[in-house]
Ligand binder design. Structure first.
Ligand code: MN
Length: 250
């Protein structure tokens, strides 16, 4: 297959390199990735300025660095930058989990969302830890998952969100197909004063935790398993349609 790789950690991330090395023996792999870190940037498209794209060569491979967002990287490919439309997009390997509520914050997962909007089957892959990432474990699983996607295909409008425990492959406790869980964020608002006496604010706190509901992505990785969650962009609450229709809205 012709596979496009991107990420939100930036083109210099080892996670991108690990995917390239794992997938290039069997596939035609192209890289278009941001020239800087866009983690936690959400689904973000650049329309108020031009995009610059620079060819890069490193570690014996080549790719394209852009000054745009992860979603811009996908748009470039979907709109003809490579001269063909990729058969598959893989975004990652992200240095940190993208579980439950994380997904709309995530530049990694929103790159995959841009992929399915552009009718490119898409996979997002993240490691569920913030240090000493075991990229080989995630890369080896993605090689296997890509073979399955090649065999079975993915329905239009569906991406696979993958989270991988940060352990050597031999210690992975299996693979679980999951639903999205719920994250617990510990954000606090910190108010400080700048040297000119004006207030400024930080939003942030300890790293998030998860509700460990059985069957969720967070539960799977907490138990040492790789989580695969099929995601679509229909955020409609279908159960509420009739209830809201009963409201006096006219
Ligand atoms: Mn990231």
């Amino acid at each position: 297959m012709r596979i496009l790789l991107t990420n939100d950690d930036g083109i210099d991330s080892e996670g991108l390199l690990a995917l390239q090395r794992a997938l290039s023996p069997a596939h035609d792999v192209a890289i278009i990735a941001p020239d800087r870190n866009w983690s936690i940037s959400g689904h973000n498209k650049t329309m108020d300025r031009p995009l610059r794209v620079t060819e890069r060569h490193w570690e014996g491979i080549s790719g394209w660095a852009t000054d745009g967002t992860p979603a811009d990287c996908v748009s470039l490919a979907a709109l003809g930058f490579l001269g063909y439309k990729p058969d598959l997009l893989v975004a990652g390997i992200n240095k940190g989990p993208n579980l439950g509520n994380d997904i709309t914050y995530s530049g990694t997962v929103t790159a995959a969302m841009e992929g399915i909007i552009s009718e490119i089957p898409s996979i997002a892959v993240s490691i569920e830890d913030y240090v000493n990432w075991q990229f080989d474990t995630a890369a080896a699983f993605i090689t296997r998952l890509v073979r399955q996607v090649e065999t079975h295909g993915l329905p239009p409008g569906v991406l696979l969100n993958v989270n991988v425990p940060n352990v050597p492959a031999a210690q992975v406790q299996g693979v679980e197909v999951t639903r999205l869980g719920r994250r617990i964020y510990h954000d606090v608002l910190t108010k400080r004063t700048d040297p000119r006496g004006r207030p400024y604010y930080w939003i942030g706190g300890e790293i998030p935790q998860s509700h460990l509901d059985e069957g969720t992505d967070a539960y799977a990785v907490a138990n040492g398993r790789i989580s695969v969650t099929p995601i679509h962009l229909d955020l409609t609450n279908h159960r509420l349609l009739d209830t809201i229709r009963q409201w006096d809205l006219t």
